[in-house]
Design a protein around this ligand. Sequence first.
Ligand code: ADP
Ligand code: GLC
Length: 477
Amino acid sequence: MKKILFVSSEVHPLIKTGGLADVCGSLPIALAELSQDIKLILPRYQSLKITEEVRFLCTVRVDNRNVNILETRLPGTQVTVLLVDYPSYFNLPGNPYVDELGEPWPNNAERFALFCKIAVEIAMDRAYLDWKPDIVHCNDWQTGLVPALLSLEYERPKTVFTIHNMAYQGLFPKATIYDLNIPGPLWHIAGLEFYDKLSFIKGGLVYADFITTVSPSYALEIQTAEFGYGFEGLLASRKASLGGIINGIDLGHWNPEVDPYISQTYTATTLTKKRPNKAEVQRQFGLAIDDKIPLFSLIGRLVEQKGIDLLIECLPEMMSMNLQFVLLGNGDKAYEKQLQVLADEYPNKIAIKLGYDEVLAHVIEAGADIFLMPSKFEPCGLNQMYSQRYGTIPIVRKTGGLADTVTDTLPQTLAQDTASGVVFNEASAGALLEAIKRALILYNVPSAWKKMQVNAMSKDFSWQRSAAEYLALYNNL
Ligand code: ADP
Ligand code: GLC
């Protein structure tokens, strides 16, 4: 049995802005089910959705600050969550990274450095919890200083750093190193320095004993200039200690057989029961309720990564086809505006909801026929897996985890019962449009479509498999 300290800036269902939270809320449970002794550590934000009892554990002093450590459990589980309670940094409205107006917190470097330093104190058992982990598993830039700081410690735990997204790096002006009291030995170009700036993510990439990312394809992609953001050389030099482990999904939470948020539950053998769910989406979005019209959908952060510009370019031409399109998302104001203009122009075919709505996300997954994910890059992606589980056929670009989890529909894959989606290569509106046309042709061949749905729904996206891979990695370290 390993003792694991799992460090993340978001954990579902306590707090979530994206897929990082889904992963950090379900992998620890899967590891606990493999009999591992795991504790999560998370900042105590104001908007945490805590349901279990909270108790005070201790006060830790770092950088002349007294920080309280509280303990609760992941809602509905026995998994321990340690909360880093420092109100002036974390007890604020807004989300973990931005304020209510969407502006990054001006002291993000200080906030997450403090979080990292507390994680280090706990990892070294200096918080007197009488618990010293064997493994400290860090996730994304917010936790990048942990492997770096631990590298300076004697008899330290082993460190794993998981990259969920290379596009977010935690880059701050050089002067920050003085404010954060970064130890001198870490400040050099083979350390935390990145072109004269302080890079949090580099702390993970340089100092972690092992680096993982969330799909095998992305693990290769980030070693190239297109996806590596200047870190491709460093990552390639570490390739013996770099691997991809595909994310699982929480099969309890994303399961059309028992989903409490959808109008009608269903399975692969009762696919006609998807119909009332489709009607519900059409109703909620104010579109004509018609089972025959193919219903396209997209849920996600409206940012460049997700290929929203490709979609916006395609939508006018899609309007000449018999289809409906619904979108739930928020993000880049320019995309939000362009999408709203299109929705106003084609109110019978396009309907959008700008915002974050977890229940509606389930309703859409259950009711839509087709889910679009034309991402420019996608480290793993969860929605294409949720879609497949709900018999909602994904159209994805062949990149990262999308390439690893969706099987394109071709005569051969249909014959082998593996076809589960439509995959296109080039990041262009033309290629996306071709994929959409191909999906519409398949949609009109009910026997093929049903086969795709059944194949998609029978795929194994469970965490058990991926958690076993992480455990094997911990054991190897
Ligand atoms: P990323 O982490 O890059 O945003 P993922 O596909 O890994 O992409 O995960 C996104 C997660 O966030 C999914 O669980 C998705 O349902 C959810 N999500 C994204 N945007 C919204 C939204 N506007 N409303 C509800 N859920 C959303
Ligand atoms: C990131 C990636 C996404 C991945 C998620 C969880 O946010 O953008 O592809 O699924 O992390 O690992």
